[in-house]
Design a protein around this ligand. Structure first.
Ligand code: SF4
Length: 568
């Protein structure tokens, strides 16, 4: 197949906060350098016009971005010091922090907020709006942004050096045949490619495995955040109030917690995080969130309100010891793709932005030297180590691992870590963690008979007022995919689904997917087969992470498909 090749200098894959910050910072570094050389205030050669591209699978910048979010402004303040005056879309400064422990019936407010959850000086933001705003800044600075261009494959030379990225083909039908509007993907050849695809990036996953970038690291672990926006009938929840909860509905072996953030115009943003290392195979993170809302405290808060938006996204939680090597020949990994998020503080926007800026400084130096080898790009890790990212992430380096011993020991462990600067149990520099999918137990371990979710969720009802089923919620994520294309969820062995998986785990994909993509449908002959409703997919990546046999591979669908998040 004939493919067009485009020569760029730098290609950023994914238009999230890390990559947009990197592209913007790099553009400025290059422009400042060229001007300084031209006016004689700096020695050396001008770099000339450097071609920088950001490719994005969504149809618009920010459309696939979802986060809580309370933003520590440290990163944004370094990128755009006057971000407030410059019109950054901030919902509100944080005005109050509440921390609640939820029992089945009561909400007990803690007199103290755990230090990692103190948010004074921070901002409640909609990350998808903030990302769209950063995209505008990039375009104004001359960065080429290409929405609807998913990164489908890395391009390597014969020495396994990354030489660019191939974007996805368009116009392939569901049988895999070319439609009349077929357009082959483009080979974007670049001196450096920057992977900032967000959590569990599909290209990042492959390159980490291919080049062994995770050798000697702990396995990455994740959580899943399920979120709704509600419009309330009055001002009962003030703008700027931040509430975090612990306890109900998670059991003590399931890492989890809730959030409620007060946005403008009587909108509350609430959600529930479930660790994707849960044990009970009947757990359904969407159902956990619906149960969270049915707690009397939440039910009262939301009474008379209206659901306006829904979304879900995995959260990278493994911390410092789970970060892969961040560089190889011709490539850097930034943001959530690399695991820069601080799970204890529930914050990653600031460090994603900073990681993008440090990547830009590394690339700028490489452009000056004309050297894009791993030994040159290695200085990215040095920059990260010298920056404020490292003390922050090292302080919480064993946070998530401590919770595999259950909620209470996890809390005690977190306290000891806090006092000792991050040492597990106050003693060990590095705790170990297992991949989350390995934690899932079989149905038999819980005494379950079959996969009836009522065995765990006895009282859960979807009443269409306070609680919603997945299909209704997905409607509020404004998801759209062209249905006449191959499914972008590759299940490598569907025989396992109807046999081993049904028997051992009761097909947990039906539950861990928050968008009702996976369904065991009746074959008509008494057998069941896996049906994949891929057009519902909100790109949260949970199936790629949590499948117990690791046979689900999430790949990018045709460009433009996916959720269309607004205000999330
Ligand atoms: Fe998330 Fe996978 Fe379901 Fe898509 S199919 S919504 S990536 S779990």
């Amino acid at each position: 197949m004939e493919r067009e090749s485009l020569e760029m200098d730098v290609v950023f894959v994914g238009a999230g906060p890390a990559n947009l910050s990197g592209a913007l910072h790099l553009t400025r570094l290059v422009n400042t350098h060229n001007e300084a050389v031209a006016n004689g205030t700096r020695e050396g050669k001008p770099l000339g016009e450097i071609q920088i591209a950001v490719i994005e699978k969504g149809s618009s910048i920010g459309g696939h971005i979802l986060s809580g979010a309370v933003m520590d402004p440290r990163g944004l303040a370094e990128l755009i010091p006057d971000f407030v005056e410059a019109g950054a879309p901030l919902e509100s400064p944080v005005k109050e922090d509440h921390f609640l422990y939820l029992t089945g019936k009561h909400a007990i407010r803690s007199p103290i907020t755990p230090p990692p959850l103190m948010n004074h000086g921070y901002y409640i933001v909609s990350l998808n709006r903030l990302t769209a705003w950063l995209g505008e800044k990039c375009e104004a600075a001359g960065v080429n942004i290409f929405p609807e261009f998913p990164g489908a494959e890395m391009l390597y030379d014969e020495a396994d050096r990354v030489v660019g990225v191939r974007t996805g083909d368009k116009g392939i039908d569901k049988e895999g045949k070319r439609k009349p509007n077929f357009e082959p993907g483009v080979d974007l050849l670049a001196k450096v490619s920057v992977l900032g695809e967000g959590v569990r990036g599909s290209l990042t996953k492959k390159i980490v495995a291919r080049l062994g970038l995770d050798e000697g690291r702990e396995p990455q672990v994740y959580s899943l955040g399920v979120k709704e926006l509600w419009e309330l009938p009055d001002d009962r929840y003030p703008t700027g109030r931040v509430t975090h909860t612990l306890g109900f509905p998670s059991d003590q072996w399931t890492y989890g917690g809730g959030w409620i953030y007060g946005m403008q115009n009587r909108v509350v943003n609430l959600g529930y995080v479930t660790g994707l290392d849960y044990r009970d195979p009947l757990i359904d993170p969407h159902a956990e969130f619906q149960r969270f809302k049915s707690h009397p405290f939440l039910a009262k808060l939301l009474a008379g309100g209206k659901l306006i938006r829904y979304g879900a996204k995995a959260v990278v939680a493994g911390g410092w010891h789970a970060m892969p090597r961040l560089y190889a020949d011709g490539v850097l990994i930034v943001g959530d793709s690399a695991g820069f998020l601080n799970a204890a503080r529930l914050k990653g926007i600031h460090s994603a932005i900073k990681s993008g800026m440090l990547a830009a400084e590394t690339i700028f130096e490489a452009l000056l030297a004309g050297d894009f080898s791993a030994s040159r790009l290695q200085s990215f890790e040095g920059r990260v180590k010298e920056s404020w990212i490292t003390p922050e992430l090292r302080r919480y380096r064993n946070f998530h691992a401590g919770f595999r011993h259950g909620r209470w020991l996890g809390m005690a462990n977190a306290g000891l870590q806090y006092i000792t600067g991050g040492r597990a149990w106050g003693i060990f520099d590095r705790d170990h963690q297992e991949p989350g999918h390995e934690a899932m137990q079989k149905l038999s371990a819980y005494g379950y008979r079959g996969d009836d979710p009522a065995q765990r969720y006895k009282d859960l009802r979807f009443d269409g007022q306070l609680t919603f089923n997945k299909v209704t919620d997905v409607y509020h994520a404004a998801v759209a995919h062209n249905e006449d294309q191959p499914a972008h969820l590759h299940v490598l062995d569907t025989n396992i689904c109807a046999t081993r998986c049904a028997e051992e785990y009761g097909n947990p994909c039906q539950r861990f997917c928050p968008a009702a993509v996976y369904e065991m449908a009746d074959n008509g002959d008494g057998q069941r087969r896996l049906q994949i409703n891929f057009s519902n997919c909100v790109h949260c990546k949970t199936c790629d992470i949590m499948d117990p046999y690791q046979i689900i591979n999430w790949v990018t669908p045709e460009g433009g498909g996916g959720p269309d998040y607004k205000g999330m």
